[in-house]
Design a protein around this ligand. Structure first.
Ligand code: PEP
Ligand code: MN
Length: 361
């Protein structure tokens, strides 16, 4: 979505946003005072909407599960006092009903709920005939179809004001991130849904405050249209997600340091140099595609040979040799192991698919 059309969408939602749509506030509503203090502390910074979780979907039982519906009034009152719109997460039709009753301005569907099409459908049905904007977080697992499907269910129910939020994906391995950003998934989601504004939630991607700025800047560089950041008046005392919440002052500083870049430039030199480099890239891509086609043709010839000699398609020793030598050669050319490894896994998979086709035909 070109920057201005996201700005247009936000203005249709009732928010006159300059470029980035800013949502900030605590992970959870904890008390009336906490919400009021947070709202009043945030109102002087760049912020469009205040967030707070009322019902908290915790992965395991036994931790703070939110204050429940009583918090909706606190949230709305805090928003009013600071002249801020407010948003919270809904996971059931009852939540939707309670939020609409209290005039919550924007709703969002959380990662654990997006993973469940039954729950999403129930929420979509509860939203029929309403006009409230709804944002859909990506599912907890890196499955773009579930994310896309959730958006489709809401759209089919007639929800017009729709947005998406990237909050990272849960994987089994421990990494520096609490949830892996896997940026190619939100990029593809946006390509499929160019009319939807896309926000990034660096707080749940990072799980701590150290990495927040770089992830937020990354999102802005990738042309995300907004940010949702967790801010608590006293992060170390927060009842949920205490490690990843910023103080209001830290939030103000982070937002002010973000560098928003333009998508286009009229500068002649820039345009000429870009054109030269892009033409070269086009030529290189042309060669890459021709070489890939040639490589796949060879694979098919190999399939016939294997078939005639009753040899298995998959050759583990050869595959090991291919991937390890390519990674080594790639490293000599400053290409990362991750990249070469993934690239060759794709090539190998396609090659096996083609060989199976040859054999089965
Ligand atoms: C949250 O926003 O506090 C939350 C629970 O997020 P997610 O659904 O992304 O885990
Ligand atoms: Mn949280």
């Amino acid at each position: 979505m070109p920057e201005d059309s996201a700005v247009q969408v936000f203005s249709e939602w009732g928010f006159p946003v300059k470029n980035i749509f800013h949502i900030a506030g605590p992970c959870s509503a904890e008390s009336e005072e906490q919400l009021m203090q947070t709202a009043l502390a945030l109102k002087d910074y760049d912020i469009d909407v205040m967030r707070a979780g009322i019902w908290k979907p915790r992965t395991r039982p036994g931790s703070f599960e939110g204050v429940g519906a009583v918090g909706l009034k606190w949230l709305k009152d805090a928003g009013k006092a600071a002249n801020l719109a407010v948003t919270t997460e809904v996971a059931t039709p009852k939540h939707v009903e309670a939020c609409l009753k209290h005039g919550i301005d924007i709703l969002w569907i959380g990662a654990r709920t997006t993973s469940n099409p039954f729950a999403v459908q129930d929420i979509a049905d509860a939203l029929k005939g309403t006009d409230v904007p709804v944002m859909v977080k990506n599912p907890i697992n890196p499955d773009i179809e579930l994310w896309h499907g959730a958006v489709e269910r809401l759209a089919q129910a007639g929800v017009k004001k729709l947005g998406i939020i990237h909050r990272g994906f849960s994987i089994y391995e421990k990494t520096v991130f609490r949830n892996q950003p896997i940026w190619r998934i939100p990029i593809e989601m946006k390509r499929r849904n160019p009319h939807l504004p896309m926000l990034c939630d660096p707080s749940h991607i990072c799980g701590n405050t150290q990495l927040l700025f770089s992830v937020a800047q990354n999102a802005v560089d990738l042309l995300f249209n907004g940010l949702m950041l967790e801010v608590h008046i006293k992060p170390q005392a927060a009842l949920s997600d205490s490690k990843q919440q910023l103080t209001p002052e830290e939030y103000g500083l982070l937002i002010s340091r973000l560098k928003i870049k333009k998508v286009y430039s009229e500068n002649r030199d820039f345009i000429e140099n870009m054109n030269i480099l892009r033409q070269e890239i086009d030529k290189i891509d042309h060669q890459i595609l021709a070489l890939l086609a040639q490589r796949m043709d060879n694979s098919k010839k190999i399939a016939s040979l294997k078939m005639k000699n009753d040899i298995s398609i998959f050759q583990p020793i050869r595959w090991e040799e291919v991937i390890s030598t390519r990674i080594k050669e790639g490293a000599e050319k400053s290409l990362t192991e991750d990249f070469i490894s993934l690239l060759y896994q794709f090539i190998h998979e396609e090659s096996i698919r083609l060989q199976e086709q040859v054999v089965n035909d």
